[in-house]
Design a protein around this ligand. Structure first.
Ligand SMILES: Nc1ncnc2c1ncn2[C@@H]1O[C@H](COP(=O)(O)OP(=O)(O)OP(=O)(O)O)[C@@H](O)[C@H]1O
Length: 254
């Protein structure tokens, strides 16, 4: 289990996170939602070892991993999807997952076997020979999952993996995020696409101006008056369903 306790972070005089608490269980999906600038990415960067908090602790299965470098966080089981960079654009789908598998494997045969198993799990085997730069964005997101899952993480951090996808592609990626959960991973997902939050989140944590203003099921938080005021914008009585545009500025920033 991942546990975040009393985390605070400032950049100069800008207090970005204050006293943030939440837990994420194995085999569950926690959606971090909130307006732009709420502090979601900063929080995920702290969990992943990219940033050190000014205060508070991060524990993984009871072990204090606060402020460890990202390579250490990764070695302990905290991984995240990365945007495919130009450097790996020349690799094909199989090679890009095999490279990640080499870190785990004893030799290239085992790495190749691990990569194949992951590509099959994510229904990517048929694309194995294609260059990363030549496949649709939705498939590159799935390759990212395969690369992340080949390291057998305990925690998977997903930062807006649905951004820019069509509704049909979102459905595809939703299914495969579910596959990651089935592997027992605690998934923490920053997500603005409510189709995905509705379909996937076991637990929703709402951040606003660096504070957790609500947590619980999506139904619970979407009935919370403070959440409606800060993020959803419309009282429940005036809307049929929760729909949040991708770029909702924080109240007060409008
Ligand atoms: N390295 C940094 N230096 C200074 N300010 C920063 C830094 N990183 C983030 N911030 C500021 O911290 C605040 C929170 O940013 P953060 O990216 O964590 O929010 P977010 O909730 O992820 O927003 P979005 O949904 O737009 O990605 C913003 O005001 C941002 O400008």
């Amino acid at each position: 289990m991942l546990s975040v306790s009393n985390v605070a972070k400032s950049f100069g005089g800008l207090h970005v996170l204050h006293d943030v608490n939440f837990t994420a269980d194995s085999a569950s999906i926690t959606a971090l939602i909130g307006p732009n600038g709420a502090g979601k990415s900063t929080l995920v960067n702290i969990i992943g070892g990219v940033l050190k908090p000014d205060a508070g602790r991060v524990h993984l299965d009871g072990e204090d991993v606060t402020g460890v470098p990202s390579a250490t966080a990764f070695a302990k089981g905290i991984t995240r999807t990365f945007q495919i960079s130009g450097n790996v654009g020349s690799l094909n789908v199989f090679e890009s997952v095999a490279v990640a598998a080499y870190r785990q494997a004893r030799g290239y045969r085992q790495a190749n076997a691990l990569a194949r198993a992951e590509l099959e799990r994510f229904e990517l085997w048929e694309y194995r020979d294609q260059q990363l730069g030549s496949i649709p964005t939705a498939l590159t997101r799935l390759v990212d999952f395969a690369r992340a899952m080949v390291s057998r993480p305990k925690v998977l951090l997903l930062d807006e993996v649905m951004a820019g996808l069509t509704p049909h592609e979102v459905d595809l990626v939703i299914r495969q995020v579910g596959t990651c959960r089935e592997q027992g991973v605690a998934i923490v997902m920053i997500e603005h696409v409510m189709q995905a939050v509705e379909a996937l989140a076991d637990h929703v944590v709402v951040l606003n101006q660096g504070q957790v203003i609500a947590s619980g099921s999506l139904g619970d938080v979407s009935r919370n008056a403070e959440v409606v005021e800060a993020y959803l914008g419309t009282p429940p009585s005036e809307r049929d369903e929760v729909r949040v545009p991708a770029d909702t500025p924080a109240k007060g920033q409008q």
